[in-house]
Design a binder for this molecule. Structure first.
Ligand SMILES: *Cc1c(COP(=O)(O)O)cnc(C)c1O
Length: 490
């Protein structure tokens, strides 16, 4: 640790603020609040400001540089989204405000529901889920209720390809189903023979991530959907990766029955730090009555007297119920609304085209230097193997740590599990060619270093304020004190 502690920069007698002499009677501070044993640093105001400003810049962030973390679509959050979310009419609206007093917010949610439905080709959308994983949970509960509602109780399984996101099998298990894993073929697609063999009348449905966690679009998706529908199952699409598909493919039109969106991935609402997120679900006709609620509907059409319609919150007829208090994370709805409104039809389409173009550019430039399994045209991200033939003991982790020395955030490490030493790279559409070229250059230099001086990688990072941490212990024994804890504090 090279950063000085604030205790080291103080010196006796230095003070932060000077006040004029007191012209009112002084009240002594209660003795039990004064603790002489607190060895507080004596510092000037400027020293404090500089100290904390320096600390605030030690963390890497998207505002500082390129952040190719795969499967997270860690996209830039436009500042305009923050302005609109902070408009007092939205930010200060109490969730218990009656319908009449919240028409503006309801109109925004109604419009967002419709736009999300339009983008994905679904019939209806609920904004209730608070995260992608909660959207998944809602979707699988809807599938469950759909079958039970028809009196069909034998369907206990959900099929999941091994290229699915990890939350998919977790969701299925939480909803009380058995997850049945399907293998991928040599192209990285679902193995159709294995799928057909697994389809029978105990299958409630299939949950599939598109593009999958290899960044690949399922090339036989229509055959997959047909096989599952033919045995009476429903199709769930994990739509967290819609960043690659918008304006190009509509899952609802492909035949999917339900899908969740990640507003905090595809629609630029903040991500990281644990929330709040937003994972709306879109459905076709079959599942519309089961949507989690409440959803916004027009309860009174506009007429000669009222030029705008009256919006209200409605619980769908056979709803799986509520997923959280109130109406989802409304601040995220405002941000996503702003993003879609700013971009419009053409803009939304060009986002996906550029996300795919940027990922494919890096893939093509690195394919002679790194081993890329399933090396074909990808969506918004791709996966390469972070190790080198003939170089012992250099792992994906070492490449990632060395990237930090070159000023980049590492890609996702060791995910997906079906690629050994996986490095999952997702540039997003917001990056320009110069940035991508710098990253490609760094990756090539690191490959050369691995052969010439592998210790440089094994001992990286060399420029970060702290080097390799024991991440498990850091999480389990969290110490928030910047010095050894004094004995008196236990
Ligand atoms: C991120 C992600 C999820 C989970 O979304 P959360 O909002 O983190 O719960 C699910 N599926 C895929 C493909 C994802 O990338």
């Amino acid at each position: 640790m090279t950063e000085p502690l604030i205790y080291d920069i103080g010196s006796p007698g230095r003070i932060g603020a000077r006040l004029p002499d007191c012209d009112v009677p002084e009240t002594p501070i209660p003795a039990d609040l004064l603790r002489a044993e607190l060895d507080l640093p004596e510092v000037s105001e400027l020293q404090v400001v500089r100290h904390f400003t320096r600390l605030s810049t030690l963390n890497y962030s998207i505002d500082k540089g390129f952040y190719p973390l795969g499967s997270c679509t860690m996209k830039y959050n436009p500042k305009l989204n923050e302005d609109t979310a902070r408009l007092p009419g939205f930010a200060a609206l109490h969730p218990l405000t009656d319908g009449e007093g919240s028409q503006g917010a309801l109109a925004l949610m109604y419009q967002l529901q419709n736009w999300l439905a339009e983008i994905s080709g679904f019939k209806a959308v609920s904004l209730a889920p608070a995260a992608g994983a909660q959207g998944e949970f809602a979707g699988i509960l809807m599938i469950r209720k759909y079958h039970l509602d028809r009196g069909d109780t034998k369907r206990t399984k959900i099929l999941i390809p091994n290229t699915a996101h990890g939350t998919n099998p977790a969701t299925v298990t939480m909803a009380g189903f058995t997850a049945v894993e399907l293998p991928a073929d040599e192209m990285g697609d679902v193995d159709l023979t294995a799928l057909r063999a697994a389809c029978d009348d105990t299958v409630a449905g299939m949950m599939i991530t598109v593009p999958n966690t290899l960044g690949l679009f399922e090339s036989k998706i229509l055959d997959v959907i047909k096989a599952v529908h033919d045995c009476g199952g429903l199709m769930y699409m994990d739509g967290a990766n819609m960043n690659a598909l918008m304006g190009i493919v509509k899952p609802g039109e492909l035949g999917f029955d339900v899908m969740h969106y990640n507003l905090h991935k595809t629609f630029s609402t903040p991500h990281g730090g644990g929330g709040p997120g937003s994972g709306p679900v879109g459905v076709g006709d079959k599942l519309k009555p089961f949507l989690p609620g409440p959803v916004v509907q027009i309860v009174e059409e506009a007429d000669e007297e009222n030029e705008t319609p009256l919006y209200g919150m409605v619980m769908p007829e056979k709803s799986i119920g509520r997923l959280k208090a109130f109406h989802g994370n409304f601040g995220m709805h405002v941000r996503a609304f702003t993003y879609i409104r700013i971009h419009g039809d053409e803009g939304i389409k060009s986002i996906s085209r550029h996300a795919a173009l940027n990922a494919n550019y890096i893939r093509a430039k690195l394919q002679d230097t790194y081993h890329i399994p399933y090396n074909r045209y990808c969506g918004h991200e791709f996966v390469l193997e972070g190790h080198f033939e003939g170089v012992e003991n250099v792992h994906a982790l070492d490449i990632s740590k060395r990237l930090m020395d070159y000023g980049f955030h590492p890609p996702t490490n060791y995910f997906p599990l079906l690629v050994p030493e996986a490095l999952m790279i997702e540039p997003t559409e917001t990056e320009d060619k110069a940035t991508l070229d710098e990253f490609i250059d760094a990756m090539k230099k690191i490959a050369a270093e691995a052969h010439e001086n592998p210790d440089l990688l094994r001992s990286a990072p060399h420029t970060a304020p702290v080097s390799r941490l024991d991440e498990v212990r850091a999480a389990k024994q969290l110490v928030l004190c910047c010095r050894p804890i004094p004995e008196w504090a236990g």
